[in-house]
Design a protein around this ligand. Structure first.
Ligand code: APR
Ligand code: PHB
Length: 382
């Protein structure tokens, strides 16, 4: 079995298959250091946390992860808490994606798993007859596989091998994200829908705050000085009794926002999983969780196929995943639309947003819908 990409999708798939006695080789174009340091998402939904614990990956997660029982929506100068525990009886854990990646790499290597870092020129062939991966690791190599998993992210090579239809949307804004050496002053995430644009207050540890500002899509991060970033965060996140600890920046970068789905997620013996097949804007914190949900379904399906010759799971793979994918697409689009200011938004649009925000924080039914989607729908329930 060949897996292209050592992000959360590829590494977790390799780990889940190994537990079923199925060997795989993971091919990654970057170095181990690079994938372990790359700062990405940070929210693990409930089903993700449960799965990681179940498969022996809970130790560092439980020691270092920050369990949260709710989030705040902040608008019109007011703060409104959505209490997940009260509404749906489950919460989330804030734990950086690169920490999940570190845990997975350590587990694979400890179990004798094979991850080839810094390979180049990966090319996939023969997926309807005799699947084959060509790559270079200093010299040209060929790897014949029963099955190939394309877990190589949005810019990988796998998706192009699957004849597919694209459904997508680009948003007229981006996020400027910073990681700051500053103790969080608030114990949960704050999503602010300010008239000047969206802001998000998050964290990574008791010493490190993660913050985002909505900016125009073509923004050069260098045009935002530290002072300007802190001042703008102060304005957009302002609420009674709320202060922001400032501190030196560890990281600063701009991320575009898009929604994207490629259908189907399979061609012959090639299966796409994670960002290779779909992208969500980060507002719903679903990207890494969808990658995990895909490979959970894929590992079960491949166990059926490779251990028992049962094709039922693989035949249903794409449809099963796409139901959850579209739920997350809708949720992420909805959160994004409710909280961001488009350049061309008129006062009518702003009033609709405020009405939607007010309903979400004042109706238990509406708040429950947000909570249920945010903490994640149970495996197999959708
Ligand atoms: N050959 C080998 N490896 C490749 C290639 C290639 N041609 N192209 C990309 N890769 C590697 C990337 O370097 C990366 O390590 O594939 C990996 C894909 O990992 P991710 O982009 O993290 O994607 P995925 O595992 O699906 O996880 C989705 O990542 O982008 C975030 O927010 C997103 O949290 C979500 C998560
Ligand atoms: C983060 O901490 O990086 C984060 C949290 C919530 C989001 C997006 C990003 O919706």
């Amino acid at each position: 079995m060949g897996i292209v990409g050592a992000g959360p999708a590829g590494l977790l798939l390799s780990h889940l298959l190994a537990r079923q006695g199925i060997e795989s080789v993971v091919l990654e174009s970057r170095s181990r250091e690079y994938v372990e340091q790359r700062v990405r998402a940070g929210v693990l939904e409930h089903p993700t946390v449960e799965l990681l614990r179940e498969v022996g990956l809970g130790e560092r997660l439980d020691a270092r992860g920050l369990p949260h029982e709710g989030i705040s929506l902040r608008f019109d100068g007011g703060d409104h808490r959505i209490d997940f525990t009260d509404l749906v009886g489950r919460g989330i854990v804030v734990y950086g994606q690169q920490e999940v990646v570190k845990d997975l790499i350590a587990a694979r290597l400890a179990d004798g798993g094979e991850i080839r870092f810094e390979v180049s020129n990966v090319r996939i062939d023969g997926v309807t007859e005799d699947p084959l991966i060509h790559f270079d690791d200093g010299s040209p190599q060929e790897m014949h596989c029963d099955v190939i998993a394309g877990c190589d992210g949005f810019h990988g090579v796998s998706r192009a091998v699957v004849p597919h239809t694209v459904f997508d949307r680009l948003y007229p804004f981006a996020w400027l994200g910073i990681l700051a050496q500053a103790a969080p002053t608030h114990h949960e995430l704050v999503y602010a829908g300010h008239a000047r644009g969206f802001a998000l207050y998050s964290m990574r540890s008791p010493e490190v705050t993660r913050l985002y500002l909505q900016v125009p899509p073509d923004t050069d991060a260098d045009t935002w000085s530290e002072r300007r970033i802190w001042d703008e965060l102060g304005v957009r996140l302002a609420a009674d009794g709320f202060t922001l600890n400032e501190g030196p920046l560890i990281e600063k970068g701009v991320t575009g926002m898009r929604s994207f789905v490629a259908e189907p997620m399979r061609h012959g013996r090639l299966f796409l999983a994670g960002d290779a097949a779909h992208i969500v804007p980060p507002t719903g914190a679903k990207g890494m969780n969808l990658a995990v949900a895909d490979v959970r379904v894929l590992a079960e399906a491949l166990t059926g196929l490779l251990r028992h010759g049962d094709e039922t799971g693989v035949d249903a793979y794409s449809q099963t995943c796409l139901r959850r994918v579209w739920r997350a697409e809708h949720f992420s689009w909805w959160m994004t639309s409710m909280l961001h200011m488009g350049e061309d938004d008129d006062p009518f649009t702003r009033r609709l947003q405020l009405s939607q925000l007010r309903q979400t924080v004042s109706s238990r039914a509406a708040a429950t819908t947000l909570a249920e989607n945010y903490v994640g729908l149970p495996h197999g329930s959708i």
